[in-house]
Write a protein that binds this ligand. Structure first.
Ligand code: ADP
Ligand code: MG
Length: 251
């Protein structure tokens, strides 16, 4: 991964080519998670999952979220995406304080500012690849055919544009899911084990593409990954353990 200064330099060039929506408040952290608690109701009583999570991410940075299966990584990503509510604590993304927003405001914010890539690709089966790619960007009023063409070229999707998702391999579907998330020029890309269902070779290729594409954009990345070699390519690493985050600095 490029250093912060290199990244800013490159994104300046790229942004000139494919204009990115400007943030109102450049000085604010992209993401600020403070004292977040979350438990689930189970027949055996409440299951505490997050027990005081704190996290700050600067615009343009990248973070690998690691931790054992069941440690609460997906729970945290869902909260950050506004798909679920915290029990206690606060989550702010730029100027948006999530717990003060209505469902409608959250949906609009997700559409316009957030890119989601989850393990299940959630492509729309009735739409061709080309329309899947443009779907969120169109909803966000931000469809940029030149940027989409750039993504298609970088992701090697040129031959697949007229196909439907069921006519694609797992790796191809995951590349489309990445393209779709980036096509709307999100401020924040949340990826939950984006290659978890792919074989090791395909997974490596998809991750390499993701990291290359991030060099082309000012998007901030938060990615759940089990791979130390992937994590090493991101600017920061944290591990979720016992309901809290700890920094990982061994490289
Ligand atoms: P990870 O993504 O790190 O594997 P998760 O966030 O998916 O972990 O889950 C954390 C814990 O919360 C697990 O023990 C899981 O079984 C439990 N859990 C997740 N979602 C729910 C839910 N909707 N209801 C009850 N328990 C849940
Ligand atoms: Mg998970």
């Amino acid at each position: 991964m490029l250093g912060q200064a290199d990244h800013q330099h490159r994104t300046k060039i790229i942004q000139g080519r494919y204009p990115w929506p400007t943030r109102i408040e450049r000085v604010l952290p992209m993401l600020e998670v403070h004292g977040v608690f979350k438990s689930y109701a189970t027949p055996q009583g409440p299951l505490p999952v997050l027990q005081g999570v704190d996290l700050t991410l600067k615009p343009g940075s990248s973070l690998a979220l690691m931790g054992e299966s069941g440690s609460g990584k997906s729970t945290l990503l869902h909260l950050i995406a506004g798909l679920d509510k915290v029990d206690r604590g606060s989550i702010r993304s730029g100027e948006h304080q999530l717990e003060r927003m209505t469902e409608g405001q959250l949906a609009h914010w997700r559409r316009t500012e957030i890119g989601l890539v989850f393990q299940q690709f959630n492509l729309i089966g009735s739409l061709r690849v080309v329309d899947n790619l443009a779907f969120q960007a169109r909803l966000a009023g931000r469809h940029d055919p030149r940027w989409q063409a750039h993504l298609v070229q970088r992701l090697g999707l040129g031959e697949l544009l007229e196909r439907y998702p069921e006519q694609l391999s797992g790796g191809q579907q995951q590349r489309v899911a990445l393209g779709r998330a980036l096509a709307s020029k999100p401020q924040l890309l949340l990826a939950d084990e984006p290659t978890g269902s792919l074989d090791e070779t395909t997974s490596g290729e998809v991750l390499k593409l993701l990291l290359e594409l991030l060099d082309d954009s000012p998007t901030t990345l938060l990615m759940v990954t089990h791979s130390p070699s992937v994590a090493a390519r991101l600017a920061e690493k944290v591990v979720l353990h016992g309901g809290r985050l700890a920094a990982v600095d061994a490289r």
